[in-house]
Design a protein around this ligand. Structure first.
Ligand SMILES: Cc1cc2nc3c(=O)[nH]c(=O)nc-3n(C[C@H](O)[C@H](O)[C@H](O)COP(=O)(O)OP(=O)(O)OC[C@H]3O[C@@H](n4cnc5c(N)ncnc54)[C@H](O)[C@@H]3O)c2cc1C
Length: 301
């Protein structure tokens, strides 16, 4: 059932929110979005700090999607692992399917904030917040993830899919339509000999936003990677795939000279900015040095 009532919380801007709704199905949630003027609330770990800091204005209706069953759960469907948008970092880390098939995602969740935030923060919120430094985005990019978007354009529920690499358009901006919500993320089951690693660098080991992050994946045989995927976080307006670095690494035997050459391509491919966490120069150096370290691991695997 959908409930409407006035927000009474001190933290929320009372002047703009007129309704709070809590749909109990995906169809109800999509119906509510058709009215426009709706802000979606999942774990609230981005939305609430951003609205309180005045960086985001909550629209007339605040829709809490936490009671929508179709947005929950992790399962294998048609050769892919589907992770519901409402799955939290803790649920993802503890899930047996994810542990078995997508250990790189467990690695990323393990470096995500604190226990308390991991218990509330959802995958859907991380994807839709579209921060260039979002920690699950780099591993999802190297795993060829797709987003599953739901809406009711003509009164009946419809879904469309898009590769995650095409979803981001700028910091905090995605191709999600005004009347759409993210239902889940689909990740093709990785093949045998699949290799994937994630590295996050922050100014302290825990509870820090990435200064840079790197994901490398592919099929590994005798220290050589094929079907290479490389992605970088916090070094461009969006979390980015790195096609030039991928081409430089594809099928290459990794001696010291080759590792240096690929890491140099990576350094040149990123376009970071100076901000409070690091200068652009420092981020480029980090990308080169961490890429070298990660490729040394590939070479020994
Ligand atoms: C102390 C602290 C530490 C943090 N540390 C990290 C960190 O280490 N790494 C990191 O990546 N992030 C970090 N974050 C940011 C945040 O926790 C994550 O981005 C989190 O995944 C957001 O999920 P949420 O469920 O809380 O989203 P919410 O805050 O509920 O929503 C975020 C945005 O996405 C939209 N949205 C949510 N779900 C959907 C959906 N299904 N469909 C459409 N739109 C949707 C909302 O409208 C909102 O615009 C931190 C935040 C805090 C407060």
């Amino acid at each position: 059932m959908t409930r409407n009532f006035e927000m009474a919380s001190k933290g929320l801007p009372m002047t703009t929110i007129e309704h709070y709704v809590a749909p109990s199905s995906l169809a109800q949630a999509a119906e509510c979005l058709r009215s426009g003027e709706v802000t979606i609330l999942a774990g609230g770990t981005d939305l609430m700090p951003q609205s309180q800091a005045g960086r985001l204005k909550i629209k007339r209706t605040l829709m809490n999607i936490r009671g929508v069953p179709e947005l929950k759960g992790i399962a294998i469907e048609a050769g892919a692992i589907r992770i519901g948008a409402l799955c939290t970092m803790t649920e993802i880390m503890q899930d047996k399917l994810v542990q078995q098939h997508l250990p790189v995602l467990v690695q990323a969740c393990d470096h995500f904030a604190s226990d308390q935030i991991r218990n509330a923060a959802t995958l859907g919120g991380n994807v839709c917040n579209a921060s260039p430094a979002g920690d699950t985005l780099v591993p999802l990019l190297v795993l060829d993830a797709e987003v599953e978007l739901a809406s009711k354009p003509d009164g009946s529920l419809s879904r469309r899919r898009m590769t995650l690499a095409k979803f981001f358009v700028g910091p905090g901006r995605t191709k999600l339509g005004l009347a759409e919500l993210l239902a889940g993320v689909r990740i093709p089951l990785p093949p045998a000999n699949h290799y994937a690693r994630f590295f996050k660098f922050g100014t302290r080991p825990a509870l820090d936003i990435s200064t840079v992050s790197i994901g490398i994946a592919g099929t590994l045989a005798s220290g050589v990677l094929t079907n290479v995927r490389v992605a970088f976080g916090a070094v461009a307006p969006v979390p980015m795939r790195a096609p030039r670095t991928e081409r430089a690494l594809e099928g290459r035997r990794l001696d010291a000279a080759a590792i240096d050459a690929v890491a140099e391509v990576a350094r040149e491919e990123v376009t970071p900015i100076d901000d409070i966490r690091a200068t652009a120069w420092y981020r480029r150096e980090l990308i080169r040095n961490i890429t070298k370290r990660m490729l040394a691991h590939v070479a020994q695997s």
